[in-house]
Design a protein around this ligand. Structure first.
Ligand code: ADE
Ligand code: ZN
Length: 324
């Protein structure tokens, strides 16, 4: 089965570029930027990756991202992930980035975007991997801050296809971002959002009704509300499921208890993704392998998940048609 998973062409639809920051690269970039990391070694840093909830993880994830300062840092980070994509037979990827994590500490929006985008262009040329960029708003920050970010993105609009909503979910409902999402959609961005990872089903209702999202990031908690499940299916919305992330952040007690199979049986359209692979123990193939082993998925199940990743991607029709 591992070979079958490796050989399947796949698209990744839920991936935070800051979450691909491997400890080795973090130390290397910290050294060249002369920034000190509060851990003595790669081993010590890895040992700190034990989380009891989303916030625990976010604290360490934002700390790690502080090391990124220059366009080249963003290029190197993104290229390292795209090389993984090549190794794992990921043919299309939709990369989220959090500009506010960087602009808040004085890094120009342009350095972040240009570094990421140039790496994507090079990987497209060298490896044939297509890509989409998703600019995510940090939901623990204000609506005003999100509007500022939308303004900063204006000169680079042609390079960013969609907007997302991430960070601390509880207490920061989609409702808080309705106006900025409306403004972004008027400018041509496609709306996406994390919902129902730690937040309850009501947050998913808000994401689909108020933000009009085209896809739901995570969405696990929809299974507590039968009407919501029906509505998601009726509207043909996919959920980007991240199994190893869910285990690492205690969204599920362990991988054997992951609701993925139940969700598939309910008729939901699912994809498999790695979320923050450097922090959660694996890239897309490790996620597929873990879920296949624990839930005894068939080849048909795996094929369906991989096919969904292209069907529900934002890739152009020409790109998609290579794989469907
Ligand atoms: N930012 C990076 N990973 C995230 C996750 N799993 N949930 C919310 N925000 C995030
Ligand atoms: Zn995420």
């Amino acid at each position: 089965m591992e070979e079958f998973i490796q050989n399947m062409p796949k698209a990744e639809l839920h991936l935070h570029i800051e979450g691909t920051f491997e400890p080795e690269l973090m130390f290397e970039i910290a050294q060249r930027n002369q920034i000190s990391i509060p851990y003595a070694s790669v081993e010590e840093l890895k040992n700190a990756y034990k989380f009891s909830c989303l916030q625990d993880f976010l604290d360490i994830y934002y700390q790690g991202a502080q090391v990124l300062q220059h366009e080249k840092d963003f290029y190197d980070l993104t290229m390292a992930y795209l090389k993984k994509c090549k190794e794992q037979n990921i043919r299309h990827t939709e990369i989220m980035f959090d500009p506010q994590t960087h602009t808040e500490r004085g890094i120009p929006f342009e350095s972040v975007l240009t570094g990421i985008h140039n790496a994507c262009l090079d990987a497209q040329k060298e490896f044939g991997i297509s890509f989409v960029l998703i600019m995510s708003f940090l939901r623990h920050l204000s609506e005003e801050e999100a509007f500022k970010t939308l303004k900063q993105a204006e000169p680079f609009k042609d390079k960013i296809m969609a907007i997302g909503l991430d960070s601390s979910e509880k207490g920061n409902p989609p409702l808080k971002f309705v106006r900025v999402f409306q403004a972004a959609v008027e400018q041509g961005y496609i709306p996406l959002a994390h919902a129902g990872e730690e937040g309850d089903a009501d947050y998913i209702w808000q994401a689909i009704d108020l933000l009009q999202v085209h896809r739901i990031d995570h969405g696990n908690n929809c299974i507590t509300d039968r009407n919501l499940v029906e509505e998601i299916i009726e509207r043909d919305l996919a959920l980007t499921v991240c199994p190893l992330s869910n285990v690492a952040l205690k969204v599920v007690p362990n991988i054997d208890k992951h609701p993925l199979k139940i969700m598939m049986q309910l008729g939901l359209y699912l994809t498999i993704n790695s979320d923050d692979p450097a922090y959660f123990g694996g890239y897309i193939n490790e996620n597929f392998n873990a879920i296949q082993n624990s839930l005894d998925l068939s080849r048909w199940d795996l094929y369906t998940l991989a096919k969904n990743s292209f069907v529900y991607s934002l890739a152009s029709f020409d790109e998609k048609s290579k794989y469907l």
